[in-house]
Each structure stands twice: as structure tokens, then as C-alpha cells.
Design a protein around this ligand. Structure first.
Ligand code: ZN
Length: 207
């Protein structure tokens, strides 16, 4: 994940290329929206995801990118990921899916290796909170680190609930109005979840 630099909106902060569970404050790099950095340590290859979303969305202050296996089925099937649970009302009625073949054809490694690909992904995201990436993963954005993390966590849990309900024979999704109302209510409760997730992370536990 990354956060926009609070002192300079044309830069963002993200770990150097490292497994997330190993990141310490010394591992944070400052990177420009075009993916360049004065830091000579290796950076994440997919830093262009973050830079181009910050460039396209002035409202976004934090970005999460994940390869969650729970989300991938909705990136490769015809069933849209949609809000079926009030905790994920921000998903709306259909999460957009980025198709990398539309940008670079059918022989890529599916990774966002350039600013051009990052810009195409940001265009697919549009004004949404979450975008799926076909056969790859997803991005979640927010106006703060807690909101972006909460959206990533609850998008994943919503995906699992939607699959489970599908196995039971189907489900009732939230209407757009229900999703928007639930999202607004939950935004007022972000701190409660964030504080325990942060404490768990400091103890080396997952959320
Ligand atoms: Zn990725």
C-alpha cells in the first residue's frame, strides 16, 4: 500500500520492494507520480499503479494493491463483484474490471510495468472505490490509510460472502442507495476497526 505525501501531493510514500510483513519505517521510499525516485534501493515494479491513480484522482490519499485469491474469481468470471453486505456498500452494483489485453495485447505478464498501463488502470477505476484486475488482483483507494485498508479488507470479505451465497443458490445484493447509505455510516466508524488492525500489525498478526 501507499499514501500520498502530505507535504507534496506530487509524490507518494511506499515501501521499497519487500514483503509487506517485513516493512519498517526505514524501508519507506518517496516516489514521484511518474514512478521515479532518488532512492537507489529497488522499488516495487508496480509502483505505477499508485502514481497514476494519484495523478488521476485528487481525492485519493491512499492506495492498496493486492493479489488476494478471494477477489480473483470475480476478475475472471462473468459474475460482477457487487455489494452484498453492508460493510462493503462502497462496492456499489458492479466493480469495474481492468482488462490488460485492451492495452498491450495477449502476451503480457499481467503486471502494471509502466505509467501508461497505470493510467489505463486508473481510467478503468474511474471514480470507484475498487477495481478488479483480470487474472491479477485488485486496487482499493481511499481518502485516508484507514479507509483504503478498510475497503481492501471488506471487499475481500464481501467477495467470500458473495461466493458462499452463490453456492447456496443465489443472493440479494444491496441497491445503489443501500450501498451508498451503508458506506456513509461505516465511514464514521473507521477508527474502531483501524485501531485493532494497527495493533495486530504491530504484534505481527494479520487483520
Ligand atoms: Zn500486482
Amino acid at each position: 500500500m501507499s499514501v500520498r505525501d502530505p507535504d507534496d501531493p506530487s509524490r507518494f510514500l511506499i515501501s521499497r520492494n519487500l514483503a509487506p510483513g517485513l516493512v519498517t519505517p526505514d524501508d519507506i521510499q518517496v516516489i514521484g507520480l511518474d514512478g521515479t525516485t532518488a532512492d537507489d534501493r529497488p522499488s516495487y515494479l508496480e509502483r505505477f499503479i499508485h502514481g497514476e491513480i494519484y495523478r488521476a484522482r485528487a481525492d485519493v490519499q491512499a492506495v492498496v494493491h493486492s493479489h488476494s485469491a478471494s477477489m480473483v474469481p470475480f476478475s475472471i468470471s462473468r459474475t460482477p463483484l457487487q455489494a452484498v453486505w453492508h460493510m462493503a456498500g462502497f462496492l456499489g452494483e458492479a466493480v469495474p474490471v481492468f482488462e490488460i489485453r485492451d492495452s498491450v495485447g495477449s502476451s503480457s505478464d499481467l503486471l502494471i510495468r509502466s505509467g501508461s498501463l497505470g493510467a489505463d488502470l486508473a481510467a478503468t477505476l474511474g471514480g470507484a472505490a475498487v477495481a478488479l484486475m483480470r487474472g491479477h488482483g485488485f486496487v482499493a483507494v481511499g481518502d485516508s490509510i484507514p479507509q483504503a485498508v478498510a475497503r481492501a479488507v471488506y471487499a475481500d470479505l464481501n467477495a467470500r460472502a458473495q461466493v458462499t451465497a452463490g453456492q447456496l443458490g443465489g443472493y440479494t445484493a444491496l441497491t445503489a442507495e443501500e450501498g451508498a447509505a451503508a458506506a456513509e455510516s461505516n465511514n464514521g466508524q473507521l477508527t474502531r476497526a483501524w485501531e485493532i488492525w494497527r495493533a495486530n500489525a504491530r504484534r505481527g498478526e494479520s487483520v
